[in-house]
Design a protein around this ligand. Structure first.
Ligand SMILES: NC(=O)c1ccc[n+]([C@@H]2O[C@H](COP(=O)([O-])OP(=O)(O)OC[C@H]3O[C@@H](n4cnc5c(N)ncnc54)[C@H](OP(=O)(O)O)[C@@H]3O)[C@@H](O)[C@H]2O)c1
Length: 282
């Protein structure tokens, strides 16, 4: 298979290359893309090196699969270009997550949705969503999930290479001053803020993940139609997201589930209320 990775030098792109190699994905030809800053940069892959290209209108010709790991506005522009060139496109950004003509897929949950890709593009949920929904989906099928209250404390890696760099720089400046670092967010002037966040991220938890949106919510925490597949089967999904001072982390989710049916007691009444839920029998 001829594969392209867009944003290959980023946090997600580098991980993508690692996973493709680790899983021995059948890659006959690999092409990698990044910004003009990285043109010509060599990236290691499966014992050899691949050279970064910039994005060009004819740059995807001949590829079967293009994996897109760039910011939303770049993905929105270039994923359709790759699809128009004949590739199947998997987009990791938020650009197409709520597009009704783009399947939102977690392969452990709804792989069959990949059979219908009207735009030649499939989308993935955010990393804060994809992992927990693999656990929540079977519970949803069994018991019916009507509402989720979600609080996430996301690591700086979610802000990409620049987020990781900013934490590292502030951490390095405070080296040895653990008394200050532990409380840097609370001590005025202890650490100078960087460019990604207007407060120090070292020693801090900032209630902002994603870009600022409407009504004081960010792109990650707005109450919205859920991006979790199966997409519109859960009525409402409320996220509150914060960026925390760790490099990488998992987060907490609290899905309040209705108690599972007990056959013969409340079974019929409960299944009547559980829209979209199916009960598994063993
Ligand atoms: N980080 C996560 O945990 C995570 C998880 C799931 C999904 N995502 C999503 O995946 C996407 C990438 O995130 P990331 O964390 O990997 O970001 P990142 O570390 O900042 O990497 C961004 C990538 O985009 C490239 N890029 C920037 N401007 C470009 C341009 N004008 N043309 C072509 N390429 C350009 C960068 O290339 P240069 O190196 O040349 O600048 C780099 O390869 C985002 O949409 C993010 O929301 C992130």
């Amino acid at each position: 298979m001829r594969v392209g990775v867009v944003g290959a030098t980023g946090v997600v792109g580098l991980e993508m290359l690692r996973v493709l190699e680790e899983r021995a994905f059948p890659v006959d030809e690999l092409r990698v893309y990044a910004s003009p800053r990285s043109e010509g940069r060599k990236l290691p892959y499966a014992g050899r090196e691949v050279t970064c290209e910039t994005l060009r209108a004819d740059g995807f010709d001949g590829l079967d699969l293009v994996i897109v790991d760039v910011d939303d506005h770049i993905a929105a522009e270039w994923a359709p270009v790759a699809a128009a060139a004949g590739a199947k496109v998997v987009d990791n950004s938020a650009a197409f997550r709520l597009d009704p003509d783009v399947p939102l897929v977690v392969t452990e949950i709804n792989p069959d949705d990949l059979r219908h890709m009207p735009k030649g593009i499939a989308s993935c949920p955010n990393c804060t969503t994809a992992v927990p929904v693999t656990a929540i989906a079977p519970l949803h099928r069994a018991a019916g999930l009507e509402r989720m209250v979600v609080s996430t404390y996301q690591s700086v890696s979610g802000a990409g290479q620049s987020g990781l760099r900013e934490l590292d720089e502030q951490w390095t400046k405070g080296d040895g001053r653990s008394d200050v670092l532990r409380r840097a967010g609370a001590i005025d002037g202890a650490i100078t803020p960087g460019e990604v966040w207007d407060r120090p991220i070292a020693g801090n938890v900032i209630p902002q993940a994603g870009s600022p949106g409407e009504l004081g919510y960010t792109s990650e925490d707005a109450p919205r139609e859920p991006e979790d597949p199966p997409r519109r089967r859960v009525a409402r999904d409320r996220h509150v997201c914060a960026r925390a001072r760790v490099r990488r982390s998992r987060r907490v989710r609290q899905p309040p589930l209705r108690p599972p049916d007990v056959e013969g007691r409340s079974g019929r009444a409960a299944s009547g209320r559980a829209r979209g839920a199916t009960r598994r029998r063993r």
